[in-house]
Design a binder for this molecule. Structure first.
Ligand SMILES: [Zn+2]
Length: 574
């Protein structure tokens, strides 16, 4: 044997001696591990090697894979589930919203006034008091405040704005400062609400150009964004999340993600949705998409480019979602009366068709914000047109929000292989207010999870987390077990159950935050279940998700969260 061959053989033998090929780095045993792996749905133990699951099975067979250097963790009977994935978050904006202190949870106009009074005492009289995330639907009174109510709390000359990004109420002084009065012409992209005498009430719907002077705060810096991501990913891990789909970033956000990725500090797996304008001249809209340098799928298991997203309509909380028919007579909660109003289409129809066509041609997975049934139907029509030109059957084009998939929309989505990114927690907070506006017939199509599952559609669970750091007090709450509890129970904030026939099982709810969300980002072969070869992401829970009383599901917590076989969060040392 030539000497170099011998050397190779010796190296091989000594390497094999030091580290048998099948030895685990980590073994977790004596647990109840819910794998979502069809071959072995529930096991006691799991072995991890090199950031991937090596094996899952009974204690004895798995512990045989441990060597002297293997870390062995006794789960002491605890329940483990696959690492959880939120299919819709906005972590950077959410963390920045509380960079300078906690935002109050405002549940009534009296709460709001009390908060304004506190700030008025603490700040110079010429300083703007800006209260974010004020929705009529989330007030006890089920309406927006009036400018008189803001004046009463802030003082007659105080600039006060109660805002939610899509609608705002301005104090009398703020209206004056913005130059909005009796004679201001109605904007084409929104409404100035007026009282019987023609005076503005203070409520402005849409029309961002009238409000930008109050909203454009200090723009965040790169350092702010890094802080925001570091802060938020830790909160996400604490809630059991190991992956997120960030549902809207541009170049600045991507740079922040990339910096953490490069430094090895990105502990959460992030799939980044790229936003592009849907409104504007067609040629410009097209050019903006053509100029994007990469498309869906670029990246690695930690940071990857996901879908391309446009916004089709407004929001159901503010009465600008584009419905299939007019809102009707019961729109007090939104602060207007207009029997013919269907909501706002934020991207013109021909643009939507062209963007879907182009996304298909250029290799993008496409999604769009569609909150009303009318915009969902329009998006499906655009997907159908794109599909006629070149099949979208394996492209996982997505409906984001899709609050009202009626039987027609469900059938069209099924035919096209379209998937859904939905947020069950909305049911809880907004169900009662929406039921008043829309009535029971339309509410039958609101978040119909059972029908979606029965039709074989892939529905991913998420939160649309965009404001505040706390997992349960955030808007929207991002705690995955709160979301799962909603999909399982459909229990609303007032205690009633919305369309109980649409409840789904615990396993289906868990799928929404694991395998189904992984499917949305083309990752179902790499994550979403605990099975050999997949990325070693898992969560150890404080209670048994499968057998605890239903009412306790919402309070489940992560005991420990693992990404790539490493703990990224532990409640107490494991
Ligand atoms: Zn969102």
């Amino acid at each position: 044997m030539p000497p170099h061959r011998l050397l190779v053989l010796l190296c091989f033998v000594s390497a094999a001696w030091a580290q048998p090929v099948e030895t685990a780095d980590t073994v977790l045993y004596n647990g109840k591990i819910v794998t979502l792996w069809t071959e072995r749905p529930q096991v006691q133990a799991v072995a991890i090697r090199g950031g991937r699951f090596l094996a899952a099975g009974g204690d004895a067979e798995i512990r045989r894979l441990a060597g002297p250097a293997t870390r062995q963790i006794d789960l002491r009977g605890r329940v483990v589930v696959p690492g959880l994935i939120d299919s819709h978050v906005h972590p950077i904006g959410a963390a920045l919203s509380e960079q300078e202190g906690e935002i109050p949870v405002v549940g009534s106009i009296a709460d709001l006034q009390q908060y304004i009074r506190k700030l008025a005492r603490a700040t110079p009289p010429d300083k703007l008091i800006f209260v974010p995330k004020i929705y009529g639907t989330r007030m006890k009174e089920r309406r927006y405040p009036t400018r008189q109510e803001l004046d009463a709390a802030g003082g007659p000359d105080r600039l006060v704005v109660a805002d939610n990004g899509y609608a705002a109420v301005l104090s009398t002084a703020a209206l004056k400062k913005a130059g909005i009065g009796r004679d201001t012409p109605p904007p084409s992209n929104g409404k100035i609400i007026r009282d019987a005498s023609g005076e503005p009430t203070g409520l402005i719907l849409g029309a961002p150009q009238l409000l930008s002077r109050f909203r454009s705060d200090r723009p965040p810096t790169h350092q702010d964004r890094l802080w925001a991501l570091r802060t938020m990913q830790q909160r996400y891990h604490q809630a059991g999340l190991t992956s997120i789909i960030d549902r809207g970033q541009g170049p600045e956000g991507l740079r922040a993600y990339q910096e953490l990725w490069r430094k090895g500090e990105l502990t959460i797996r992030a799939n980044i949705t790229v936003t592009t304008p849907g409104a504007g001249p067609l040629e410009q809209v097209r050019e903006q998409i053509r100029r994007l340098p990469v498309a869906t799928g670029f990246g690695d298991d930690r940071l990857r480019i996901g879908a391309l997203k446009i916004t089709l309509d407004g929001g159901i909380l503010i009465g600008t979602a584009y419905l299939r028919e007019p809102y009707g007579e019961h729109t007090e909660v939104y602060g207007y009366q207009d029997p013919d109003y269907r909501g706002v289409l934020a991207s013109p129809r021909e643009n939507v068709f062209e963007i879907a066509r182009l996304a298909n041609q250029l290799g993008w997975q496409m999604t769009a914000h569609t909150t009303g049934g009318g915009s969902t139907d329009l998006l499906l029509e655009a997907y159908e047109a794109a599909d006629r030109e070149q099949s979208i059957g394996d492209r996982r084009f997505t409906l984001t929000h899709a609050n009202f998939p009626n039987p027609g929309a469900i059938e069209r989505a099924r035919r096209l292989g379209v998937v859904l990114d939905m947020q069950p927690a909305w049911l809880h907070l907004d169900g009662p207010a929406l039921a008043k506006v829309l009535g029971p017939a339309r509410m039958r199509d609101f978040h119909p999870y059972r029908s979606l599952f029965d039709a074989g559609l892939i529905v991913a669970g998420g939160s649309d987390h965009m404001i505040k750091l706390d997992s349960r007090r955030a808007i929207n709450p991002f705690h995955p077990f709160f979301g799962m509890w909603m999909a399982i129970t459909r229990q609303l904030v007032d205690g009633s159950i919305a369309n109980p026939e649409q409840r789904i099982s615990r396993e289906q709810a868990l799928r929404m935050w694991t395998l189904n969300a992984a499917y949305l980002s083309f990752d179902e072969k790499r994550k979403g279940s605990i099975e050999p070869g997949k990325l070693a992401d898992l969560v150890v829970l404080t209670k048994d998700f499968l057998t605890c009383p239903e009412a306790e599901i919402r309070d489940l917590e992560a005991q420990a969260t693992m990404v790539d076989g490493q703990f990224v969060y532990t409640r107490e040392p494991m």
